[in-house]
Write a protein that binds this ligand. Structure first.
Ligand code: PGA
Length: 253
């Protein structure tokens, strides 16, 4: 379970959300692994507030692909490392709005793994690619860019988030079975490169317009290991409800 808080919250609102989440869950009540991704300045206070929750970890929303240097305004892996275990890379908003390329996403994932952090690699087709029936081509290209720099061991440390771009923040979603089909493609590509056993363990999650009402059929699909939630993750009750559904469906309640 990943909550991507994007740039939705003021500093105070982020601290309040973390406090509410802690209140909702209390200590040791989470049955599934949850990662929340606040903006950089909120990482430390949110980490402090959520520290007592055993199954909850922190992620950054982005990082630079170079280790250090003259990159005004950018943030390096070594700078987030003291605060987070995870980091989103290749989110479609960055690919579309900042022009992030597969090569940069690849370099970020590689650097994160080298530094012992866990990348959550976001990928998926745009509405235009979907209309042109290019889902397989697009996803294959994006996922292969990551698999090229992974090994049988490091593959276990990353998560692939399949997020059809047209489904993000739009209220539109693919049929759960359609999303599961894309996950199957990703798993097959992993199997070709790393073998069936490693591919079976690869964590692949779905993202795009997930909320407490829409989540269940997605996580009920075999092969969908979790969800990445944007808009609905910045409301404590809604996010907690999504987590509860995932716990129930995955038999962890
Ligand atoms: P959404 O965003 O849940 O608001 O659609 C998902 C994401 O951007 O990761």
């Amino acid at each position: 379970m990943v909550g991507n808080w994007k740039m939705e919250l003021s500093h105070l609102a982020a601290v309040n959300l973390a406090t509410s989440l802690k209140r909702v869950w209390g200590e040791d009540t989470l049955r599934v692994q949850v990662v929340v991704c606040p903006s950089f300045p909120a990482l430390l206070p949110v980490a402090e507030i959520l520290k007592p929750l055993k199954e909850l970890q922190l992620g950054a929303q982005n990082v630079h692909w170079q280790e250090q240097g003259a990159w005004t305004g950018e943030v390096a892996v070594s700078q987030i490392k003291p605060f987070v275990q995870w980091c989103l890379v290749g989110h479609s908003e960055r690919r579309a709005l900042v022009g992030e390329t597969d090569e940069q996403v690849q370099a970020k994932a590689q650097l994160l793994i080298k530094e012992g952090l866990r990348p959550i690699v976001c990928l998926g087709e745009t509405a235009a690619e979907r209309a042109q029936e290019l889902i397989v081509e697009t996803v294959t290209q994006q996922v292969e860019a990551i698999f090229t720099v992974a090994t049988r061991t490091t593959l276990q440390r990353l998560v692939i988030a399949y997020e059809p771009v047209w489904a993000i923040g739009s209220g539109e979603m693919p049929a759960p079975s359609e999303a599961a089909e894309v996950m199957l493609l990703i798993r097959k590509l992993a199997a070709q490169r790393f073998g069936e056993e490693v591919a079976a363990k690869l964590c692949i999650i779905y993202g795009g317009s997930v909320n407490a009402r829409t989540v269940e059929p997605f996580v009920a699909e075999p092969g969908i290991d979790g969800v990445l939630v944007g808009g609905a993750s910045v409301q404590a009750r809604e996010f907690a409800e999504i987590v509860r559904v995932v716990e129930r469906v995955s038999g962890q309640e």
